[in-house]
Ligand binder design. Structure first.
Ligand code: ADP
Ligand code: MG
Length: 667
């Protein structure tokens, strides 16, 4: 019997371990089981080199849950008393590091990467025992025991078989781990793809309506996960079924990339492209990070670029430092290289699909565009890799690369100031009328209906340069979106202008958070009589406000709409003529007075300025009153307003049913 002190410098490392080192207590199991796997792999290596001549036999690692204990047993290489002293007592020594030093080339399968692994057992145990017997001939079995203080006992023990039992006497505050189902759950999480079979409990089967235990070991892991195999030997179906194993509830992936690098770092894995339909719904199925087949985390933030977190799959690398903070991770040069490598692989794969089968790429575009756009928005590097293959889709469902689209619209959609105008719609249904009127001019309209598209438009305007502009089809009348020449069409005289706008504006409904400005323009006989547009600038500000804080000023403002009356349309002409004939009698005398007042005001009579002004506005509202009296019961005016509102989805409830009733009457 030997008593001693563990070779740590501070007296109380255990409270430190318990509280600070591992925020996740449950990883104790991962640490202890991966040590058992390491010991097994080491023995296999020794055997293959002829340094161990005995039978390997069944190498399954067993995890047994008792009343107060959890025991992890392996048939690996075991330890002698002096090895315990070296590897367990002197914390600073990592047996795995020693071993790696010696067998650099063969030992790639050894996990030992977690630093203080073994001692994490004390996070959940009040006492830990190691009962172990080395594989070496004539070795004496030994038992090490420690209750969490820096003192330990070491003595000879009885153990017939080679290997190690780690017995954890579970602490009172960790009783939840004393259930087989809890331990099986942890093994499924962390040990699912370890390279040595891990058994916990017995397999169960249904017999006579009851679930009964069989005498077969319940092996929890798949020792040869797909990413460890050679890509050339794998079929599509293998990848698909592995995907189902990882994410049982997901739709089939669209395509995948098998990663495999040896230099300048080690990395294997498979990345899957899922169908991402909905807007940035943060995926709950994430990329899993492994280190030599031991699950480490499904939070790969900092290791892969942000947008890659939309992908699924596994990455396995012994070269990612695991026990460090995320901020350190981001500055680690290996991590940077890994991130660059993965970005390149993903870009290559996408380009390959684009080049080999454009149709196939197009058919996948809607499902990958969120991913690609997100990547282009956030990684300059990725933008330059994607700019030749990223697609735009028009409202007819045709796809174009940026270059192709530019060529398509260049001649027709360049305005008089040499600006190339990209027209887009965000909703094919509700903007149908605007899309049609753009198309009737021979223009093309893009469909930008994704929530990320607001940002994409901003990015493209910046990338395409000064003379390229994106305009939503309903942000103005088509002739003013793409202005071809300066030729001034006939505008109405001022009084008629005021008349027609007042006739309509006085009858516009009050809609909450919406302001209307009425304008009259000659838009051509075939255009609609009334159009409602919303300025591109205002709408963008509001869109930005919706996704960005600090801009709530714009968000709180009412929506501002332009109601444009088409003075070329015969219905507007009719209304104007009717208004003129029925109002002019009444308006005439007031107008004469008004003109006189305006004259007076122009003479800059300072003293009377205020009185003159108030008189002017008095007269003006008197005239407005006459116009609104005229249009109050004018069916055409109301019908035209309602039709325009209806086209923009703004006619609802009572107003809508009134419209329907009136329309029926008119028929
Ligand atoms: P690491 O695994 O990083 O080396 P650990 O603290 O997990 O660090 O383990 C320390 C050392 O203890 C191991 O390197 C190994 O030499 C030894 N060890 C732990 N568990 C076992 C085991 N089940 N069988 C043989 N040796 C073991
Ligand atoms: Mg370890």
């Amino acid at each position: 019997m030997q008593n001693g002190k563990i070779g740590v410098t501070t007296e109380n490392i255990f409270p430190v371990i318990k509280q600070f080192l591992y925020s996740d207590r449950e990883i104790f199991l991962r640490e202890i089981v991966s040590n058992a796997v390491d010991a097994t792999q080491k023995l296999k290596t020794l055997s293959s080199k002829g340094e161990f001549k005995g039978e390997l036999g069944d190498l399954t690692v067993h995890v047994t849950v008792g009343k107060d204990t959890i025991t992890v047993s392996d048939r690996g290489l075991g330890m002698t008393a002096s090895e315990i002293d070296k590897y367990i007592n002197q914390i600073a020594f990592s047996g795995a590091n020693d071993f790696l030093e010696k067998y650099k080339n063969e030992a790639s399968a050894i996990i030992g990467h977690f630093g203080l692994g073994f001692y994490s057992a004390f996070m959940v145990s009040k006492k830990v025992e190691i009962i172990t017997k080395s594989y070496q001939e004539g070795a004496q079995a030994v038992k090490w025991s420690c209750d969490g203080s820096p003192e330990f006992q070491l003595s000879d023990a009885d153990k017939s078989d080679r290997g190690t039992d780690i017995v954890l006497h579970i602490d009172d505050d960790s009783k939840e781990y004393l259930q087989e189902t809890a331990i099986q759950g942890l093994l499924k999480k962390y040990c699912r793809f370890l390279p040595v079979p891990i058994a916990c409990g017995k397999k169960k089967e249904w017999k006579d309506g009851k679930e009964v235990e069989t005498d077969q070991d319940n092996v929890m892991n798949n020792v040869e996960p797909l990413w460890t195999k050679t890509p050339s030997e794998l079929k599509d179906e293998d990848y698909k079924s592995f995907y189902r194993e990882l994410y049982p509830m997901q739709d089939e992936p669209m395509f995948w990339i098998h990663l495999n690098v040896d230099f300048p770092f080690h990395l294997t894995g498979i990345l899957y492209f899922p169908k991402i339909k909905s807007n940035l719904d943060l995926q709950k199925n994430r990329i899993h990070l492994y280190c030599n087949q031991v699950f480490v985390t499904d939070n790969v933030e900092g290791i892969v670029p942000d947008f890659m977190t939309l992908l699924h799959g596994v990455i396995d690398s012994p070269d990612i430092p695991l026990n460090v903070s995320r901020s350190y991770l981001q500055s680690d040069s290996n991590v940077k290289k890994i991130s660059g490598y993965i970005t390149k692989k993903v870009a290559d794969r996408l380009s390959q699909i684009f080049k080999n089968d454009r149709k196939d790429f197009e058919s996948k575009w809607d499902d990958v565009k969120l991913f690609i756009n997100y990547g282009m928005l956030t990684e300059e590097d990725f933008y330059s890799k994607m700019e030749k293959i990223a697609l735009m889709k028009d409202t007819d469902g045709k796809y174009f690369t940026f270059e192709e689209y530019k060529t398509l619209i260049e001649s027709a959609q360049t305005d008089k100031d040499k600006n190339l105008i990209y027209l887009y719609a965000t909703d094919r249904e509700s903007q149908y009328g605007y899309i049609e009127s753009a198309k009737s001019k021979g223009y093309s309209v893009l469909l930008m209906d994704n929530s990320l598209d607001v940002a994409v438009i901003g990015m493209l305007e910046q990338k395409f340069g000064q003379n390229s502009r994106f305009m939503r089809v309903d942000s103005d009348t088509i002739d003013r979106l793409i202005v071809k020449d300066d030729a001034k069409a006939d505008r109405l005289p001022d009084t008629s202008m005021r008349m027609i706008t007042k006739v309509f504006s006085s009858q516009l409904p009050k809609i909450e958070k919406a302001d209307f400005h009425v304008d009259a323009q000659p838009l051509g006989e075939n255009a609609l009589p009334v159009m409602i547009t919303c300025s591109e600038y205002m709408r963008r500000m509001k869109d930005m406000a919706a996704i960005q804080s600090g801009m709530s000023f714009y968000g709180d403002m009412p929506d501002m709409y332009n109601v444009v009356l088409n003075t070329d349309h015969k219905l507007i002409k009719t209304v104007l003529a009717d208004a003129e004939s029925s109002c002019s009698e009444q308006v005439k005398p007031i107008q004469t007075e008004l003109d006189a007042l305006k004259e007076l005001k122009a003479q800059d009579n300072k003293d009377e300025k205020e009185t003159i002004e108030s008189q002017i506005s008095e007269k003006e509202s008197a005239i407005d009153g006459i116009y609104s009296d005229f249009s109050k019961d004018n069916k055409i005016v109301h019908e035209l307003i309602d039709l325009a509102l209806l086209q923009n989805g703004m006619l609802k409830g009572e107003a809508l049913s009134r419209f329907i009733r009136r329309s029926v009457e008119l028929i």
